[in-house]
Design a protein around this ligand. Sequence first.
Ligand code: AMP
Length: 284
Amino acid sequence: MKEQARQARAESRVIGLVPTMGALHAGHLSLIERARRECSPVIASIFVNPKQFGPNEDFSKYPRTFESDSEKLERAGVDFLFAPEPSEIYSGGFSTYVNVDGLSDRLEGRSRPGHFRGVTTVVMKLLQIVQPNFAYFGRKDAQQSRLIAQMARDLNLDTEIVVCPPVREPDGLALSSRNVYLNAEERQAATVLYRALDAARSELAAGVRDALQLQAALHRTLSAERLARVDYAEIVDAESFKPVIRVNKPCYVLLAVFIGKTRLIDNLYVEPKSPDSEELVFHF
Ligand code: AMP
């Protein structure tokens, strides 16, 4: 991979990297499409990173569909697929980690201790191996994208981090490799995340700015769904990911909800229409 990337750099080509854990869906493919518009070559990686799964998480049962993934990537026009083995990425004695302090302790980081350290470490390694001009991430994982952008800035990386909007099912459910864990009843119930975000949007559109009132609207929708158990439902500042009191700057409405045993996350990005405007723009 290093050799191929070195050659592309020597030819002054613009390299795009799309890191994934495989089990590819239309969300991943939207990142590839964006990369193809801006870069050549486009490199996709598939690596189910053991270091970002907790001891009681789904590393061993995470969906692995390499054959169909590589077909999808080929059809999507990816130039290179980088799919290393864990032993190649973490050779014996591996002991250097990247951690983004503060940001990685909140929300997802709090619910999944060590998760973000695993993510930033592997993404840093992928960025070192490929040294792309652009690397593409999904805003569906809002905190992760924010952390990676912070890491790139803090460590003076030459890669620009590009964050792309989430792709959803027609009923609003954000595509996720973990959606395959849901049975038919749970799949139906899983729309509650989108419905809760939409309830928050409708309060905001009606002029509500108070975070507690918005949280109450989230909980009203979520608690009406029998199969849903809320991990967190927060309104946070889009930079710091700290809770806000009022929505008067760019914010995320963030959800992490168990549907049965499957943990799903989703978010709504909200920003003022212009710096001094009371009017908000919503990005699902
Ligand atoms: P994963 O394979 O789950 O690690 O995801 C790889 C990349 O795809 C990450 O940058 C995710 O944020 C992004 N991604 C996951 N789901 C979606 C989605 N529904 N829409 C757009 N991007 C997504």
